[in-house]
Design a protein around this ligand. Structure first.
Ligand SMILES: C[S@@+](CC[C@H](N)C(=O)[O-])C[C@H]1O[C@@H](n2cnc3c(N)ncnc32)[C@H](O)[C@@H]1O
Length: 349
């Protein structure tokens, strides 16, 4: 397949376009990207008929910062008859085997209006495509509804993609959590730590430090996992969270604080210059003050991919110069606005 459709947070199309252009060129696949502001998706047009397949095989999806989901396009159906959307989809798929059927739409106001339609189509499509569904197939058939009459039909590989059709998990705000930011850390764990490793990386009795912790949404997540947390912030922490007995609150400057003993986890959600946060994280990791880290990097207004790639490259170069082997995984999460979230772990994890 020649075209690869990638979804993103609306407003970040040009950043995703720049990123996919860089990453495809780096593996010798050339093409151009169609991207319109606020559409919530972009389309990479490859140089040959198998460009999209090559990208799906060679680019690890987890490494694409601004992409939420992707599909290799089999057919772009335009001006579909609203009375019969099923027949052109079945025709386009022409025997394509799949594990299950996925439907998604752009994360825009118009896109959200399509959720009712996609739900309505679920059963009839499953029935019409029943012979295509094989439990062991390596891809999901994916229908991306740009509108009710404009449908991109394609495939999303099972093993190299986000595990949710829309590209993000639906999370509910826990009523006891002290802030809405709590969902950022919960999503980060689901998006950035592969499922088989999650339980062994997030364990009760681990020690954690939360830099810029108040009022405590991230600390709350760590406490839920049974960890002991040192919360650094000049601001007040949520009282009920402090009553858990698992949190020590220190009113200190996060940039000056040093842990007495190394910890398992460092998390950091400060509104600060990204380069400054990156340096702070480097220090903690290079000095071995923490094993794992999750932190936010605020994005600039423009050329966000350029800034992100430079910061991540600089961090990697610092680790290498210090003889440390860390793997960085960065994503713009659903709960991230003008920021991305980064997970750092020793390379063998
Ligand atoms: C976005 S809030 C953190 C929200 C928190 N993650 C939550 O879920 O509730 C950023 C926090 O960083 C703190 N902060 C900013 N600069 C700091 C510094 N140099 N040292 C300690 N805390 C700092 C602020 O006081 C603020 O409470």
């Amino acid at each position: 397949m020649q075209q690869l459709l990638l979804t993103c947070r609306p407003g970040f199309e040009s950043d995703l376009a720049a990123e996919i252009q860089d990453k495809s060129a780096a593996i010798g696949e050339f093409g151009f990207v169609r991207a319109k502001p606020n559409d919530g998706f972009v389309v990479f047009e490859g140089q040959d008929a198998s460009s999209a397949d090559t990208l799906l095989q060679k680019l690890p999806f987890a490494d694409i910062v601004f992409a939420r989901q992707w599909l290799a396009v089999i057919a772009h159906l335009e001006q579909v008859d609203p009375q019969d959307r099923i027949s052109p989809i079945v025709d386009a798929l022409a025997g394509q085997a799949c594990r299950s059927l996925w439907m998604s739409y752009p994360d825009t106001n118009e896109g959200k209006g399509l959720s009712k339609l996609t739900r309505k189509l679920e059963r009839p499509l499953e029935k019409a495509l029943a012979q295509h569904i094989h439990p062991k197939a390596s891809a999901n058939v994916h229908m991306f509804f740009e509108s009710g009459t404009n449908i991109w039909v394609g495939v999303t590989p099972r093993k190299n993609a986000a595990p949710w059709a829309m590209g993000f998990p639906r999370l509910r705000q826990p009523s006891a959590a002290p802030s809405r930011s709590t969902l950022k850390l919960e999503e980060a764990w689901l998006q950035l730590i592969p499922e088989p490793q999650r339980a062994s990386l997030l364990k009760p009795f681990q020690k954690a430090v939360d830099l810029g912790a108040a009022p405590g949404g991230w600390t709350w997540q760590l406490v839920q996992r049974g960890m002991q947390v040192i919360a650094i912030d000049n601001g007040p922490m949520d009282k009920a969270l402090m009553d858990s007995g698992q949190v020590t609150h220190l009113r200190e400057d996060a940039f000056a604080y040093k842990p007495v003993r190394p910890v398992d986890w460092l998390v950091c959600d400060m509104v600060e210059k990204p380069a400054r946060v990156a340096e702070l994280m480097e220090r903690w990791l290079v000095k071995g003050w923490t094993r794992f880290a999750i932190f936010n990097l605020k994005l600039p207004m423009k050329r966000r991919w350029l800034e992100v790639s430079q910061i991540l490259e600089r961090m990697e170069a610092e680790f290498e110069a210090a003889g440390c082997r860390y793997r960085l995984r960065a994503k713009q999460l659903y709960h991230d606005r003008e920021e991305i979230t980064v997970f750092a772990a020793p390379e063998h994890y």
